[in-house]
Design a protein around this ligand. Structure first.
Ligand SMILES: [Zn+2]
Length: 56
């Protein structure tokens, strides 16, 4: 079984970021929760890089 890779939402407006570790089919609902809680902008979906994995 392939383990889903964690990923990150990043808000280009205020810099807010949130790391998401998907479980099973969470990806289907992720598209609906990509609104920044701070400024209500649409956040960008980023793949985690090695630095995020170290400090996340
Ligand atoms: Zn924001």
């Amino acid at each position: 079984m392939i383990k889903p890779e964690p990923f990150k939402f990043l808000c280009p407006q205020c810099g807010y970021s949130k790391i998401v570790k998907p479980k099973s089919d969470v990806l289907n609902s992720v598209a609906m929760i990509n609104i920044c809680p701070q400024c209500k902008s649409k956040m960008e979906l980023k793949k985690l890089n090695i630095i995020d994995k170290l400090f996340g």
